[in-house]
Design a protein around this ligand. Sequence first.
Ligand SMILES: [Zn+2]
Ligand SMILES: [Zn+2]
Length: 88
Amino acid sequence: MLDPDADLGRRAWLPCPRCCNDGCSTCAAGTSCNLHWRYLLANEARLVFLQCPGCMHRWWHDTEFGVGDNQVNSNQLPDSPASPGQAA
Ligand SMILES: [Zn+2]
Ligand SMILES: [Zn+2]
């Protein structure tokens, strides 16, 4: 059953974990294959919710990059400002 959020205008080219496109040279080349694509149903931070139009499987895919937050080296900031008791 196709998700009501499925929209041809929002597609993603990611392999389906159920019917992955092994052997397709277009997919292997990393180009936008016009046979093998997924509906992009939703996205939340670095996760995207996809549906495969081939087998109707739906799943969350981790894109492994954040929306802007990977560029900020927040963990390079000092833990705390220099405490008064510490020698400089
Ligand atoms: Zn599939
Ligand atoms: Zn393909």
